[in-house]
Design a protein around this ligand. Structure first.
Ligand code: AMP
Ligand code: MG
Length: 339
């Protein structure tokens, strides 16, 4: 298949909208990561998304809308907590899980009776969804298991020849996926930390709880509330170890680890001004926000540079801490050294 690379002018967006409406697949920027969209109301188009990504069919998709009034068509039994969260965080990097209506095909929800809904804030995403005139099912536009794409070039690397079109738009601002909250029960449950922090959610619904699987690996055979949790995620080819804590202690530990791994191509992802000898250094900046924004592209860059072993400095500093830990721990297969 030949993949069209489209820009963000009105004609290109209209063309991409038509492709989506007719059942084709289009990747597009959002404020979180690039999405791989298909018409959420056409089962055949949704199936193509799973195939293009190599995504297991029991891992449901998020449905994207560009008008809050479209929510009522897709979901029902929206309780007061859900309404408050929707009102506070949509549009934005936030996904709400609600009871689904019949119109949503089972392929989207992997047979579950709930549906995940998001209203992105990114203008290109909104224009595209409006142009399509239908809700858009869209997971991240990466090959399953790889770090999510935050730049058009990442999508081209993974999806060229597999989908109908890629919108070559802006880099993603947030850099990690949306926050997911299950609002179907009496107490909302945070299933995935992301662009909206747990603290911000608690300001709106203080009873919200955090699902225990966010930072821990699952035990054998355990069934999580959020099916995506059971899969290896965000992992580069390189072997990643997180070294977490005070930056002076982190530096000392990583120096030791670099010595032990002297026979390998080593990389360090920094969150400080620390300097390291005999390693390829990529900077995540010095704030959580910048670290989150650049995390996936840095992981991809280590692979591109042929790095075999990555040591990632980390110290939680502000709002995105939980979201970064969740992604980083998974990328590292839960190899975390706390110093
Ligand atoms: P991605 O689209 O790659 O960002 O992944 C979407 C995430 O949302 C996956 O981890 C899914 O398991 C999760 N998800 C989608 N729909 C539901 C749902 N109805 N209930 C719980 N989790 C969901
Ligand atoms: Mg994904």
């Amino acid at each position: 298949m030949i993949t069209k690379i489209l820009k963000t002018d009105d004609n290109s967006i209209a063309e991409a909208g038509r492709i989506l409406k007719d059942g084709g697949l289009v990747a597009f920027p959002t404020e979180t990561v690039y999405g791989l969209g298909g018409n959420a109301l056409l089962s055949d188009s949704v199936k193509k998304i799973y195939t293009a990504k190599g995504r297991p069919s029991d891992n449901p998709l998020i449905v994207h809308i560009s008008d809050i009034d479209d929510l009522g068509e897709l979901a029902c039994e929206i309780n007061d907590n859900a309404k408050a969260l929707i009102c506070a965080f949509m549009p934005g990097p936030f996904t709400v899980i609600l009871r689904k209506n019949k119109i949503v095909p089972d392929t989207v929800t992997a047979g579950m009776d709930t549906v995940a809904i998001r209203f992105p804030e990114n203008e290109t995403a909104q224009r595209l969804i409006s142009a399509a005139g239908v809700p858009i099912a869209a997971p991240s536009a990466n090959i399953s298991g790889k770090p999510s794409p935050t730049k058009a070039i990442h999508v081209i690397e993974d999806m060229n020849g597999r989908i109908d079109a890629i919108i070559d738009g802006e880099d993603c601002d947030v850099g990690v996926e949306s926050t997911i909250v299950d609002a179907t029960g009496e107490v909302p449950v945070l299933l995935r930390p992301g662009g909206v922090s747990y603290e911000e959610i608690c300001e709106v619904v203080p009873q919200t709880v955090i699902d225990e699987h966010i930072l821990n690996s699952l035990s054998e055979g355990e069934k999580p509330l959020c099916p995506g949790m059971k899969y290896k995620h965000y992992a580069p080819e390189a072997d990643v170890t997180v070294v977490e804590g005070d930056m002076r202690a982190v530096k000392k530990k990583i120096d030791e680890l670099l010595k032990e791994n002297g026979d390998k191509v080593c990389g360090v992802l920094t969150m400080s001004e620390n300097a390291y000898d005999s390693a390829i250094i990529l900077s995540g900046g010095t704030t959580n926000q910048n670290y989150a924004k650049t995390l996936f592209s840095n992981l991809r860059e280590f692979d591109r540079l042929g790095v075999e072993v990555v040591f990632a400095e980390f110290e939680s500093r502000d709002g995105y801490g939980l979201a970064i830990r969740n992604r980083l721990y998974k990328a590292a297969g839960h190899k975390v050294i706390k110093v």
